[in-house]
Design a protein around this ligand. Sequence first.
Ligand SMILES: *Cc1c(COP(=O)(O)O)cnc(C)c1O
Length: 425
Amino acid sequence: MNKQMYLDLNVSNKVYEMGETILNELKPRFEEIDKIAEYNQNKVLLAMQKNRVDVSCFQTTTGYGYDDIGRDKLEKVYSDVFHTESALVRPQITCGTHALTVALSANLLPGDELLSPVGAPYDTLEEVIGIRESTCSLKEYGVTYSQVDLLQDGTFDYDGIKKAINAKTKMVTIQRSKGYSTRPTFSVKQIGELIAFVKSIKPELIVMVDNCYGEFVETIEPSDVGADLTVGSLIKNPGGGLAPIGGYICGKDELVKRCAYRLSAPGLGQEVGATLGVMQKFYQGFFMAPTVTAGALKGAIFAANYYQKLGFKAIPNATESRHDIIQAVELNSEKAMCAFCKGIQSAAPVDSYVTPIPGYMPGYEHNVIMAAGAFVQGSSIELSADGPIRPPYAVYFQGGLTFYHAKLGILRSVQELLNEHLIDI
Ligand SMILES: *Cc1c(COP(=O)(O)O)cnc(C)c1O
């Protein structure tokens, strides 16, 4: 029954059968993921019940948005799930980069230094910080930056980090996910160890964690292990695919307050910000997020196992434990990246008939190829694949609001590589 359906969707029997064999072996791992999803689902439910979420939360505000009950309560729900004093969860935060920019620029003043102890940050942050010259960068405002790369084996360079922390160091930024690099993603536990280390050297340091793609993958979040600010995008995991825009910043009250003043205006802060009718989607998306994340995670593991069997390098590899939903596959050529993305695109519910090609993207240094047929534009909790066109020609695959969609995307990508004679099955 499914075999014929896959044929209709342009997946050959060969590609499908190999997928079924792989999935059979993955059953115990998928059960583990379901248990984490169950825990996180209950964590979200508990927070919603405790805060007495009701239909009044879904009403809309316009203009200044004073006294928006739904907005204020949602921020309490986020604080409870992340176990923080405070949270800023807003549709006025455009994306992850914006949320991180707000958190950084609100808490760094001229003369302060920002330290990344985990190597280069996500591409778009290079211009935010001023690693690449950019108008309105932190550098322009007199904030300096220092970076300590990871050691060869992907672990923290504790000696280097100790040396890098100086009198000016005010904030430390830790990116949980690998982003567009092929380093490992850190577990929450590892992040906790790093936070404890930097604070043992200078206790007053503010530690921010870029939590993009990591939410609900484990049962704890960086805020549970000492992060002062935990930041992410609502068109990734915590939006559950339903949030049409938005970002969040969870953390210490005094720091989050500063973020609110930076986002709106000094004196206004968290009191303003109309929600324009998106609250019901923010709540429902957050409610869906644990199971959506679990589906995406299964998709990532399926992709790693399939592509590794085909002889490609998968990061994380087929058996490694997971701390985010991103799967990188080194495809070794631009042609293979294009075939892979063509396959993902063709599996989409929206825009399935278009063929992605590499092109310029604001914020990125190299040409980027992106496959996404999403209900929310640019949403990467929905099935998507992208990557900068540069060696090792790694494609970063993530998302899938349902596992079955992720599965189809992977099967279609394999089929495209096969059609182009880039692999043998
Ligand atoms: C996606 C992402 C960002 C930026 O988020 P946008 O919503 O694309 O602006 C930052 N850091 C990491 C690790 C990401 O994955």
